[in-house]
Design a binder for this molecule. Structure first.
Ligand SMILES: NC(=O)c1ccc[n+]([C@@H]2O[C@H](COP(=O)([O-])OP(=O)(O)OC[C@H]3O[C@@H](n4cnc5c(N)ncnc54)[C@H](OP(=O)(O)O)[C@@H]3O)[C@@H](O)[C@H]2O)c1
Length: 287
């Protein structure tokens, strides 16, 4: 073991170095000294590291591995909820359920993803930027599911020029009908009938993103959108951040079909990580 101690900042730089790489030994940032060896689905630490740095590797290295063109996408969802499973008040106020560490965690997931996806409800209510501002890393392509174009054109996603935005709207999909703009907005008709009240199969959304080379997909919210991907069995991982707060009413994190027996409940492999301000459940639905 070398003497160098890997703290969270160094660990995060290594995570960014690991994006889309496998079977490689990465050196300590700014040095030739080997720090971490990536092999297939696993990794081996070659230096001493703090508990927080190890947690960071365990949470993020699985999200960094490359996804080849022929393979299906890798999809991670997140929900930031109160102890009573709410992601917002009844009026839609969700800022902020999670504390500082939870929000930093959210930005980290964005930084290792190709695309960050939100439903129209979140885009309308929160007017989010969906950029990486709290940590080093690049902005993902922003995607809003906005069948009826109800997100105001003046919202940040369409005006701030910080990152490309794909606006998925009603209409028939034609592959190859555009390219991701450098920082502007591309509207992609693909969500069928604007008057339909039925959700579009989320597989279709992933397939459109795949056509644009976006294979590491982060479903950031809200509850309706994340639940749609979960119900369709499309999430490989789900990060649920629980804040020590009881709202007592409000919008639910999960809405899934009713079940009678607990045998039918979802029971993913789970790892619990103390982020500081929030407790994170890292849920693994992959095989
Ligand atoms: N705490 C958190 O982690 C967190 C994260 C994000 C948002 N939020 C909060 O959550 C609230 C919004 O969440 P929400 O669950 O109400 O809504 P949402 O998931 O943000 O948006 C749902 C809407 O997106 C569109 N959509 C999503 N999936 C679709 C599909 N498969 N096919 C067609 N359209 C689809 C539909 O829009 P149309 O109805 O226009 O068809 C649907 O009604 C806000 O209050 C926000 O502040 C909290």
């Amino acid at each position: 073991m070398a003497e160098q101690h890997l703290d969270t900042d160094l660990a995060w730089q290594l995570v960014l170095d690991a994006v889309n790489r496998s079977n490689v030994t990465l050196p300590l940032p700014g040095s030739q000294e080997p720090a971490i060896k990536l092999n297939g689905r696993g990794w081996q630490l070659l230096n001493d590291a703090t508990r927080d740095a190890r947690d960071l590797f365990e949470l993020f290295l699985p999200l960094c591995r490359p996804v080849s063109e022929g393979a299906g996408p890798r999809v991670i969802g997140q929900l930031g909820q109160s102890l009573d499973g709410r992601i917002a008040t009844v009026t839609g106020c969700s800022r902020f359920i999670n504390g500082d560490d939870g929000i930093t965690h959210l930005h980290r997931i964005r930084a290792v993803s190709d695309a960050v996806v939100v439903g129209a409800g979140t885009a309308v209510t929160d007017n989010p930027r969906l950029t990486v501002r709290r940590v080093a890393g690049r902005n993902p392509v922003r995607v809003v599911i906005d069948r009826r174009r109800r997100v105001p054109d003046s919202h940040h996603l369409f005006t701030d020029g910080q990152a490309p935005t794909l606006r998925l709207v009603a209409g028939d999909y034609h592959k190859g009908a555009g390219e991701i703009p450098v920082k502007g907005v591309l509207e992609i008709p693909c969500l069928g009938d604007a008057d339909s009240n039925q959700p579009v199969d989320p597989r279709l959304i992933l397939s459109v993103l795949n056509d644009f080379g976006l294979r590491k997909v982060f479903i950031e919210g809200g509850g309706v959108t994340v639940s749609g991907f979960l119900k369709a069995g499309l999430l490989d991982r789900l990060h649920v951040m629980v804040a020590p707060m009881i709202i007592g009413s409000g919008r639910p994190a999960f809405s899934l079909p009713e079940i009678d027996l607990l045998d039918d409940a979802l029971r993913p492999r789970a790892k619990l990580v103390n982020l500081g301000t929030d407790m994170l459940f890292d849920l693994d639905f992959s095989d």
